[in-house]
Design a protein around this ligand. Structure first.
Ligand SMILES: N[C@@H](CCC(=O)N[C@@H](CS)C(=O)NCC(=O)O)C(=O)O
Length: 231
């Protein structure tokens, strides 16, 4: 297990290039919780280091000051929400909580299908891509984000107060837009675009900008010269 931070601060593992890591990092900053950051990649040489404390070798992971390790962004956010108490970005109970959790479920599902499609395109040689699977992933991404866009009336998803739904949807939208610009431009989600742009300008988002992409160079691109990965 990696060393705990010398000052007893929580340690966040994973690069901000991962949208799951970034939503945790933004939330830590919004809650004014100090943390240190270890930008491990869940691929390549870092994979073994992650596997030493996370059996599924994924990011994010958050090591608490006493050494306890939390894995999965939803589990980490649940813990941070408890620390935040009344300031929690996830309402504690009632209709607004159910609404936020439903919005998050759709956002997480759409983002997972986006990532699944990216992995298929990245890790498999193009001739082995399974088009029906990619089309199915794309439909779920499209339908998920378009549904979210339709739900949004502003100024925030649930009305007057920002919640975790706003943070997570904005992080996921920015990730998707960066990974697949043409596909996301074609979704027609003007409200999500405006929300994401607004939040991207805040100190918490600016402090957690994704690191430059290293996946292709570190793992070896599956593209042929001149071949485009987007959409
Ligand atoms: N449900 C997880 C998803 C985390 C996830 O998919 N992380 C990716 C990075 S974006 C990862 O670690 N991928 C490597 C792998 O799945 O082996 C969460 O919310 O934390």
């Amino acid at each position: 297990m990696p060393e705990d931070d010398a000052q007893g601060l929580p340690v966040l593992y994973g690069r901000y290039a991962s949208p799951f890591v970034r939503r945790v990092a933004v939330t830590l900053r919004l809650y004014r919780i100090d943390f240190s950051h270890v930008p491990l990649m869940p691929f390549g040489p870092d994979k073994a280091a992650l596997a030493a404390f996370n059996p599924i070798a994924r990011v994010p992971a958050l090591q608490l000051g006493d050494g306890e390790m939390l894995i999965d962004s939803a589990v980490i956010l649940d813990h941070l929400d408890q620390i935040a108490g009344p300031q929690s970005l996830t309402p504690a109970a009632g209709a607004t909580r159910r609404r936020v959790l439903t919005l998050l479920a759709v956002a997480l599902g759409a983002n997972e299908k986006l990532v699944a499609g990216l992995y298929e395109r990245h890790f498999r040689p193009r001739q082995a891509w399974h088009a029906p699977w990619l089309d199915s992933c794309d439909k779920q991404v499209r339908d998920g984000f378009q549904w979210l866009d339709a739900q949004y009336a502003g100024p925030w998803f649930t009305g007057a107060a920002m919640t975790q739904a706003d943070v997570t949807v904005a992080v996921f939208w920015l990730f998707g837009r960066a990974k697949r610009p043409r596909f996301f431009a074609g979704l027609g989600c003007a409200k999500l675009e405006a929300l994401a742009e607004r939040l991207q300008g805040t100190p918490e988002f600016q402090a957690t900008l994704p690191e430059p992409e290293t996946l292709a160079s570190e793992l070896g691109p599956t593209r042929r010269p001149g071949e485009r990965r987007d959409p």
